[in-house]
Design a protein around this ligand. Structure first.
Ligand SMILES: [Cu+2]
Length: 405
């Protein structure tokens, strides 16, 4: 069966032909946009140099005379990945020796409603069907062994770049899979911290896939678990895994969101929309309201939550309204955590962990504290916290009443 790998242009099932034509095709598709913005970079050269980079990464591995990996002493375990905002079953402090952690992800393309109120939708490009893709957790010294499968009914080529890994463009050069293909990549976790992963098929397709939801996070814990600046252990009771996604959804002349019949059909419109660098949406976990109302995150007074915030493309500045970041690892777990933060920073292309123990019941809003993005573009989540109110921390001494002068 022939496959439409590069929307609108390439119809073939021959991998070798695709390799050469994919990126050139992407360049041709953006012709109109290039003409409309003549001072913008030319896609042809961008895509060609990107293709060379990926080819070099692939060839280096294929021609290598390097020794096989030494896997003695490793135990194989499977990690069942779960949809966000949840985290897979894991240990905070590693027991036993290093592990080879087997995970499987499918590159699923699916139509998702982004905002029910406006009808905005996107043909999301996903890992395992969710935006963000599932959280993977391991410890320093472990190996992550990913089976990446591209379902046969996909339209597009996908791969994965793990920021936590070392070499071959984060694995991006070794993981290109076309519809109906699977690949297995193993990489060693050497740096403790939270890290983004994302699809990076090459050239203009990189931002296209990332802004269609194809990103997620890996948490690499120190073997002895998290610690404060004095070396005291820090434990969490639960994880809230939040992926912030900027979308650039094309609109028609009336300002209505365009709809498309299949993944990839929006390619040239999307490229044009992205060039303005102004997202139409910046949402948590794929859609407006994905973590509010009946989907709100739940916690109890006294519960310690580790909030993991992933943003693969753009800077963000999370803030928990009514609470704090007691410990925030803004860089990695190598550095001591920042303490008692009001708002913390997530560099674009980064995941950050922040730990908080709830002290009051009620509803807390977790927002991007660029409040235009938090309120108008959608980047708001809610924590609903059960427990006893503490008047020592806060009390409404006088309820609103009229006053006389
Ligand atoms: Cu992709």
């Amino acid at each position: 069966m022939s496959k439409l790998i590069n929307p609108g242009l390439v119809k073939t099932n021959r991998r070798n032909v695709l390799r050469g034509s994919l990126l050139a095709g992407a360049a041709a598709m953006t012709g109109a946009a290039s003409m409309a913005a003549p001072r913008a970079p030319k896609f042809k050269s961008i895509n060609q140099s990107s293709a060379k980079l990926y080819k070099a990464a692939e060839e280096q591995a294929a021609e290598s005379t390097a020794k096989p990996a030494d896997l003695t002493g490793y135990t194989r375990v499977k990690q069942e990945l779960v949809a966000p905002p949840f985290a897979p079953v894991h240990e905070q402090v590693a027991t036993g020796g290093p592990k080879i952690i087997e995970v499987t992800m499918d590159t699923t393309e699916r139509l998702m409603v982004v905002d029910e109120d406006t009808g905005a939708s996107v043909w999301a490009l996903t890992y395992n069907g969710s935006v963000p893709g599932p959280l993977i957790i391991c410890h320093v010294g472990d190996m992550v062994e990913l089976t990446l499968r591209n379902p046969v009914d996909s339209v597009m080529e996908h791969n994965i770049d793990f920021h936590a890994s070392t070499g071959a463009l984060g694995g991006g050069g070794l993981t290109h899979v076309y519809p109906g293909e699977e690949v297995v990549l193993r990489w060693k976790a050497t740096k403790p911290g939270c890290f983004t992963y994302h699809c990076a098929p090459g050239g203009a397709m990189i931002p296209y896939h990332v802004t269609h939801g194809m990103n997620g996070a890996v948490m690499v814990l120190p073997r002895e678990g998290l610690k404060d600046k004095d070396g005291n252990p820090l434990k969490y009771d639960s994880i809230a895994y939040i992926g912030e996604q900027d979308y650039y959804l094309p609109m028609d002349d009336n300002g209505d969101y365009r709809t498309y019949e299949a993944a990839g059909d929006d390619y040239s419109d999307s490229i044009e929309a992205m060039r303005g660098l102004i997202p139409t949406h910046s949402v948590f976990n794929g859609a407006v309201g994905a973590l509010t109302g009946e989907h709100a995150l739940k916690a109890k007074v006294g519960e310690t939550v580790l909030m993991i915030h992933n943003q693969a493309n753009r800077d963000s500045r999370p803030h928990l309204i009514g609470g704090h970041g007691n410990y925030v690892w803004e860089s990695s777990f190598t550095d001591a955590p920042l303490q008692d933060m009001e708002t913390w920073f997530v560099r674009g292309g980064c995941a950050v962990a922040a730990m908080y123990t709830f002290e009051q019941p009620g509803v807390y809003a977790y927002v991007n504290h660029n409040l235009i993005e938090g309120v108008l573009l959608g980047a708001t989540a809610h924590f609903v916290v059960d427990g006893e109110w503490d008047n020592n921390l806060m009390e409404q001494v006088v309820a609103p009443r009229e006053f006389s002068t």
